[in-house]
Design a protein around this ligand. Structure first.
Ligand code: J2J
Length: 541
């Protein structure tokens, strides 16, 4: 298709009518609300990162400069721009600049390496790459050079910091009159990346209408208003800190966004005291660490009103521990970049907050819980979670085979999660039907890592499974059958890293086995094989 046409997600007309009539889709756009905030909240602080601080008026100006500068390079509205920046002001300025220029950000994480970046660039048909000189010790200009060699369609590279042969983000500039008018609210605003349960990550197209609805409604549920101070402690490009309600929800209401360079208490606690942070979203292992550290910290954390925990299952026992140690409210969040987000409500009774993962944002989130054959399970039983609604995608970007697998003919998204529904629509996550490892909130596809291991000459077969881990929740374990002489575990780990993958995807553990021990007659699915290996491992340890 022509890259210049606005990308769209297609909901059936009847649903479009319904979502509009219900007031979910209001025709708002990203540039539209940023302009309004620049007017109503001009001198309020919008963004804090390190020692830099931007008011709403400054955010508007800087994003306009960057947007116009990108168009001046030759980019055209509708073009995709791959963004790889950490928790720095430039991330927010750049993404807002792209919105204003009608360019489509494609998010990636600082942890991603060449293989992943090349995949995102190709899949999105990106024309440009915005990155940092370096972040956490890694030089992204090297990655940019390798990317340009592999994907020649990347016509422009923009670098925050010393740009060398590339364009410096600081030096971008152009005529603000070149910025286009506000986009169609039903067009795609950006591409988010999926957890990737089968193979490589898929790209998730989110529209202005649907995404703005999700964070506007989240603000309401999470108590975010103009006086709030929202701390981003997880990677800023993640969907959770972006939209539940996240930095975008905070900017939407004129609140203050504070970026922490990392999630450690040493990095975050001083910021909570200095900025008077009121809300933060964390994954379970971090929440537990924070609660322990809060007991003996010298920092004043009394401004904190809500700690949200999500991205992976918070066990009831851990939730109780948090509740005892924290002086603020606990909120469970069960969401996904594809759409559906569930929250426990701030006025829910204790047993709901401790034992469930909340209920959907919207009365129009249609949740189905079905058995393996696709038939609804009796109320209260566990089954596969399917969902359709005003902020859940109807298909991945440019991926027919994933779409055939992941969506029903009626447009329900198959989440891959197994849940139980309680009275009032509260969901309890029981596990999942797909083979990925949820490593402290980072999702890793077993299949993707197995493919890389199989490429090693000394590997005959490999199966990657999740193993319970006291700190991470889950860790990855690769069971490997050697071909000829066994290589060492460290060698296989290095192999995976050197294939150009994010460090979090390197197997935490490698176990050599002589056989996968399948005595059953007939063909055993990979999925069943992984399940058996996991059981065997747990029995033996
Ligand atoms: C169990 N599993 C959970 C939870 C996510 C808000 C919060 C999280 C995400 C996210 C997000 C879980 N208990 N509380 O996008 O807006 C697992 C499920 C789910 C998958 C989605 C948001 N919260 N999960 O984590 O796209 O398996 O989004 O399908 O990264 O994380 O992962 P992701």
């Amino acid at each position: 298709h022509d890259g210049r046409l606005p990308l769209r997600q297609v909901w059936p007309d009847a649903l479009v009518e319904r979502y509009r009539a219900a007031g979910y889709w209001r025709g708002e756009t990203f540039p539209g609300f940023l302009r309004e905030r620049a007017r109503d909240c001009a001198d309020d602080v919008a963004l804090v990162a390190g020692e830099s601080r931007y008011t709403y008026a400054e955010l508007w100006r800087e994003s306009g400069r960057i947007g116009a500068g990108l168009l001046a390079l030759g980019l055209v509205p509708g073009d995709r721009v791959l963004v790889q920046l950490g928790n720095v002001a430039e991330f927010v300025l750049t993404v807002c600049g792209l919105f204003r220029a009608g360019l489509i950000p494609v998010y990636s994480l600082p942890a991603h390496r060449l293989t992943e970046i090349v995949h995102f660039a190709r899949k999105s048909e990106a024309s440009a790459y915005v990155t940092a000189e370096r972040y956490e010790g890694f030089d992204y200009r090297t990655l940019a050079r390798e990317l340009r060699t592999e994907v020649t369609a990347i016509a422009h590279v923009v670098v925050a910091g010393a740009a060398e042969e590339f364009n410096a983000l600081d030096a971008l500039g152009g005529d603000e009159d070149s910025l286009p008018g506000d986009p169609d609210p039903q067009s795609v605003a950006f591409l988010q990346i999926s957890g990737g349960s089968t193979g490589l990550s898929k790209l998730i197209p989110r529209t202005h209408d649907d995404y703005i609805y999700s964070f506007r409604a989240s603000n309401e549920i999470c108590g975010i208003d103009r006086d709030s101070v929202y701390l981003v402690a997880l990677p800023v490009a993640h969907n959770f800190p972006a939209s539940s309600p996240g930095w975008l929800g905070a900017l939407y209401t004129g609140a203050r966004v504070v970026l922490s360079p990392g999630p450690s208490t040493a990095q975050a606690f001083p910021l909570i005291e200095r900025e008077g942070v009121t809300s933060v979203g964390l994954v379970p292992p971090l929440a537990l660490l924070w609660a322990d550290a809060a007991a003996s910290t010298q920092y004043d954390l009394s401004s904190l009103q809500v700690m949200q925990v999500g991205g992976a299952k918070l066990l009831p026992e851990a939730a109780r521990r948090l509740r005892e140690k924290l002086d603020c409210q606990l909120q469970q969040v069960f969401g996904m970049a594809e759409g559906l987000v569930n929250y426990t409500r701030l006025d829910d009774p204790d047993d709901i907050v401790l034992e469930t993962q909340g209920r959907p944002i919207s009365a129009d989130d249609e949740v189905l819980i079905v058995d393996d054959q696709g038939n609804p399970v009796p109320e209260g039983s566990a089954g596969h979670l399917l969902v359709r609604g005003p902020y859940t995608i109807r298909g991945y970007h440019n991926d027919d085979s994933a779409n055939a697998r992941s969506f029903t003919v009626d447009g329900f998204y198959r989440t891959g999660d197994m849940v139980q529904r309680l009275e009032g629509g509260y969901l309890v996550v029981q596990g999942r039907a797909t083979d990925h490892i949820n490593r402290a909130g980072e999702k890793i596809s077993a299949e993707e890592i197995e493919d890389h291991l199989l490429a090693h000459p000394a590997v005959f077969d490999a199966a990657v499974v999740s193993i319970p881990d006291a700190y991470l929740g889950e860790r990855s374990c690769a069971f490997v059958i050697a071909r000829g002489e066994r290589s060492r575990a460290v060698e296989l780990k290095r192999w995976v890293r050197e294939r150009g993958l994010a460090a979090f995807k390197v197997p935490d553990q490698v176990v050599f086995v002589d056989a996968f021990g399948t005595t059953a007659v007939g063909k055993v699915s990979r999925r069943e094989l992984r399940a058996r290996l996991r059981e065997r491992f747990l029995d033996e340890s």
